[in-house]
Design a protein around this ligand. Structure first.
Ligand code: GRF
Length: 233
């Protein structure tokens, strides 16, 4: 892993983001809206899905964003799907590739190709509960805090240097559905903040595997009764 000093001056040229989705795309919408804010330094140049049924595609198209579908079921294996996907992504010359509810496991070759530029959101406080059904896992385990993590992608599923985490208290009345709904609010706020940090060139991945976000003393967020607060802010 190489230190990636992203603080280089990029002038007025926004950093190019490609967003990958598989479904509804509400996190993608939060990213697009954050990129559209003044001073974000970011532009979503394409939204790409692995299925034409991803509802978020229409939302992106309606906003004039380039969209593409690389159907996973048209490929014989993961390697050929990932090669096709990487080709389409590369055509958009992204600075960063953001996974936003993208439900495919990526090959080590794909991850290596985008090393230091590939970012995921996972609905748990990693390293707890990698994989699927994180809300059910949280309830079954009895944890009193649940959350989400935005992290650089490494070849190990749902692991990698953490850029930001958000947390919320679990209540006795919670169901997987209620937890998912509350957590989604937090996911949107976090991905919007990370979009700004990336656009402003403030995110640095160190050789040690740790992340620095210049100008942010804390990257811990909490969903409180009156909204999302950043620790120490
Ligand atoms: C989010 O909860 C995300 O963390 C998870 O899948 C969900 C996708 O939702 N991986 P959306 O498509 O962004 O609305």
């Amino acid at each position: 892993m190489t230190d990636t000093p992203h603080r280089d001056v990029q002038g007025d040229t926004p950093r190019r983001l490609v967003v990958l989705i598989s479904g509804r795309g509400s996190n993608m919408q939060a990213i697009v809206e954050a990129a559209g804010e003044p001073g974000s330094g970011a532009e979503v140049v394409a939204v790409i899905a692995n299925t034409p049924r991803a509802a978020g595609l229409q939302w992106a198209q309606a906003r004039g964003i380039a969209t593409a579908v690389v159907p996973h079921d048209a490929h014989a294996d993961r390697e050929s799907f990932d090669a096709a996907l990487a080709g389409v992504i590369d055509g958009h010359r992204p600075d960063y590739v953001l996974l936003a509810g993208f439900m495919r496991i990526l090959t080590p070759g794909f991850v290596a190709h985008f090393q230091g530029r590939l970012i995921n959101i996972h609905p748990s406080l990693l390293p707890a509960f990698p994989g699927l059904h994180t809300h059910r896992q949280a309830l079954q385990t009895g944890v009193q805090w649940h959350g989400c993590s935005i992290h650089f992608v490494t070849p190990l599923l749902d692991q990698g240097p953490i850029i930001a985490q958000g947390t919320l208290p679990v209540t006795d009345a919670d169901t997987p559905g209620s937890l998912a709904a509350r957590l989604l609010q937090l996911e949107h706020v976090l991905y919007a903040r990370v979009t700004h940090w990336l656009g402003q060139g403030r995110v640095q991945l160190l050789d040690s595997g740790r992340v620095l976000v210049h100008g942010e003393a804390s990257r811990a967020f909490l969903l409180a009764a009156d909204g999302v607060v950043q620790a120490g802010a």
